[in-house]
Design a protein around this ligand. Sequence first.
Ligand code: FES
Length: 191
Amino acid sequence: MNHPQPPETSDKPLATGERLPKTELKDFGPEAVKEILAIAAKYPDKLAATLPALHIAQRDFGFVGLDAMKAVAKALSIPEGHVFGVASFYSMYQKHPVGRHHIQVCTNISCALRGAAKLLEKVSERTGVEPGAGPSADGEWSVEEVECLASCGSGPCLQVNHDIYDEDVDEAKLESILEGCKRGEYRAWAK
Ligand code: FES
C-alpha cells in the first residue's frame, strides 16, 4: 500500500552522501566563544552546554550546517560526533539556510482542527514558497510546517523568526503580519 509522504521541511533529513550547505562564516568570533565558555562554566560537564552553544551557532551562522557544528565542537573542546548527534536530533536547529523571515506554521492536532492547513496554504501562496522549499529567490522568505508551538488553546498559530502569533491567525491577521515583515518589524532570525 502506498502511504502518503510527509511534506519536506527545511529540516529534512540528509540524503545518503548529501553534504550540508557551506556557510561564509567558518568559525565563531572571540565574543561568541567567550559567551559559550561562560555558559559551559555553569555546568560540571562541558557537554551540557551543547544545546545553548548550538543556539548561538544558529544565531551567528544563520543555520546549523557542518561548519557551525565544527565550530561548536572546537569552542567547547568536545567531539564533533557528539555535536552532530545532538544537532541532528533536534528539528529546531535548521540544517539548511532559511529566509530573512522564517515562518513556521503549526499543523499539530489543535491547530489542525482550527484551520492550520488553510493557514499554511495561505502563507505559502503569499510568500511564493512551498513548505520546506525556501528560501525564496530574494532571500526574504522560508516556510516550515512544524509541530506544536505550545499555544494549543488559541491556534492556529505561527511563528516569524523568534516571535510567535498565537491568537487565531486568520487571513486578515496573516496579511498584517506579512506587511509587518516587509516593514522590518520583526526580530532578525540570525545576526
Ligand atoms: S497544536 Fe498548534 S500550538 Fe499546539
